[in-house]
Design a binder for this molecule. Structure first.
Ligand code: FES
Length: 579
């Protein structure tokens, strides 16, 4: 038998029996029960995180991907070992998928650490899964490479191309406004998700796929291939082979996930008109590596990084169109002067070397030239003001231009149940010029920071044809959503943030150009209201994961990670600027 103190393959992370030789002997005895030979067990081991689940149709192609990843691993001389972790789908997670993201990251980290493997392929896709996996892998410190399941194809409803989930929201708003009937909303329900895979617009899943490629944690071209395409299977095979190569190269996440890599990711996030959620996820991932995100500097980044990708919800196209247009490399090529080309990727080559090696560009209409963007500034703007001293976000590329400078009367909902109870009431005192405010949907308030920031237009206004209003909350919104929506107001109302003090009838001024969100109420009145706030709820009877969540989750400006999972020291601040 080989030296049990050698720490690779099956010898890694031996179970503690007080006798390492016996531990290895026992491990091999059990694994041989599955039919493995000694030759196989001497190979470098690549773990494959299997997040296939009947509850997660976004990962419905996981079996085919695992087969292809295994093929790649074995062609490169490794031994593939797939194992399950938690899988989280947006629509099958109560109260929210965000509530479970950190649990999935802990599961991923600990199972990578606990089981013998030399590198790991992370198969994720649906919104929270990729950040959870990258957060866990960054903390585990083993060579890791991300594979996404890929976007679903688009469907067709009465001759109109449709896809989840921008069109889900559009048709639902039409239904609420009585513009379409029960039969049509049922018909469109069959067409919005025509295949397995992740949402087909630039929602959080597509955004995380693109920023992960920009981070260098995915093989080039890995972000855009549709879930049900031969390209996706080839990406999976290449990912498996690369996972073997990363072992000898010692390509651990901390060598790839550097401040320069995060700056590249932020450039891409802004240029693709990406999901606001990605900002929270990138902040959480960076925090695992001792990198802090400076929201004000990010806003400066945004002013010099235009939106180039013409995808819904900011534009017109779908992810399969981005793939046909060459994929993310077409975007990276346009952003080249703003990128850190020296950043290392999972291939062992730099981003600049990969761009040099990419196929030649060709004429296409999905990714605009840098000089002719679809929106002159980046997709996200960071707001400050007395309503959000810790910052707030607006996705300006998906907002209504006429509402970006707006002052009006606040119509306040105290929490989600209050909003559900009153938003459609015929006697709700509301006009199209009012600003809708929703409290108690922050990380702790709801809990889990639900994607409820896109408050529905009150039915009586929707029936009058109102399509957008300024809406303000401490929650999130789906990356597939559009509108003039102020999100992530920090600190949240459940912690006594200024949002908690807003009352119906107050005036609020939004100035996206001035990057301000202000409550126009004098300080003495605010102090009086603060003194009357109810005490925080008694949480002493909470138990289990909910107790852990409520007692350790951080605010949006720290990525909503658990405080004990973040690096103990923040050694860097990003973004800093052009290379
Ligand atoms: Fe899974 Fe949209 S619900 S990616």
């Amino acid at each position: 038998m080989s030296d049990p103190t050698s720490r690779s393959g099956m010898r890694k992370g031996l179970t503690s029996y007080g006798d390492e030789g016996f531990s290895l002997f026992l491990r091999k005895a059990f694994i041989k029960g599955a039919g493995y030979t000694d030759d196989a067990l001497e190979r470098p081991i690549v773990g494959i995180v299997n997040t296939g689940s009947a509850y997660n149709p976004c990962h419905g192609n996981a079996p085919q991907l695992i087969e292809a990843v295994k093929r790649g691993i074995m062609l490169a001389g490794g031994l593939p070992m797939d194992f399950p972790t938690i899988s989280v789908h947006e629509s099958f997670a109560q109260p929210t998928s965000m509530y479970l993201r950190n649990l999935m990251s802990i599961d991923t980290e600990e199972m990578i650490r606990a089981q013998p493997m030399d590198s790991v392929v992370l198969i994720g896709g649906c919104d929270k899964t990729v950040p959870a996996q990258l957060m866990g892998a960054a903390s585990a410190g083993l060579p890791a490479i991300q594979l996404v399941t890929g976007a679903m194809l688009t469907g067709s409803h009465r001759g109109t191309r449709v896809g989840a989930c921008t069109d889900c929201r559009r048709y639902w708003a039409n239904f609420r406004a009585d513009e379409i009937d029960e039969a049509e909303i049922a018909a469109v329900n069959n067409q919005l998700v025509p295949t397995v895979g992740t949402c087909s617009v630039m929602g959080t899943a597509s955004t995380m796929a693109c920023v992960t490629e920009a981070l260098g944690m995915m093989i080039p071209g890995g972000a855009s291939a549709p879930a049900v395409s031969a390209d996706r299977i080839r990406v999976a095979e290449r990912t498996g082979a690369q996972a073997v190569a990363m072992i000898a190269a010692g390509l651990v996440p901390s060598r790839i996930l550097t401040p320069a890599a995060f700056e590249n990711a932020f450039r891409v996030l802004l240029a693709i008109g990406g999901s606001t959620n990605a900002l929270i996820h990138l902040t959480a991932m960076a925090g695992r590596l001792g990198i802090e995100v400076d929201l004000d500097e990010l806003d400066r980044f945004g002013r010099e990084t235009p939106v180039l990708v013409d995808l819904k919800p900011s534009g017109q196209h779908y992810m399969e169109d981005l793939h046909a247009a060459g994929g993310l490399v077409t975007v990276l090529r346009e952003l080249r002067p703003l990128l850190h080309l020296e950043a290392l990727t999972v291939t062992g080559r730099t981003l600049g070397e990969e761009l040099e090696a990419a196929p030649a560009p060709f004429a296409q209409s999905v990714v605009r030239p840098f000089a002719d963007p679809i929106f002159a500034e980046g997709g996200l703007a960071v707001l400050r003001g007395n309503l959000a001293p810790g910052g707030a976000i607006v996705k300006q590329s998906a907002a209504s231009p006429r509402l970006m400078e707006h002052e009006g009367r606040a119509v306040v909902f105290d929490d989600l149940p209050d909003m559900v109870a009153r938003i459609d009431a015929p006697d709700l005192d509301v006009t199209a010029d009012d600003l809708l405010v929703l409290k108690q949907i922050g990380p702790i308030g709801a809990p889990g920071m639900p994607e409820a920031g896109l408050l529905p237009i009150p039915r009586k206004l929707a029936r009058q044809g109102v399509k957008d209003m300024v809406r303000i909350s401490d929650g999130r919104m789906s990356g597939t959503a559009a509108g003039t929506i102020v999100l992530h107001v920090t600190p949240e109302s459940a912690l006594g943030g200024p949002l908690a003090l807003v009352q119906t009838g107050d005036r609020i001024r939004l100035s996206v150009s001035g990057r301000r969100i202000d409550l126009l109420v004098d300080d003495a009145e605010l102090a009086r209201r603060r003194a009357q706030l109810p005490p925080p709820p008694d949480r002493s009877q909470e138990r289990g994961y909910r107790k852990l969540f409520l007692s350790t989750v951080t605010q949006a400006d720290q990525g909503c990670d658990f405080d004990f999972l973040r690096a103990s020291q923040m050694a860097h601040r990003v973004p800093k600027g052009k290379p």
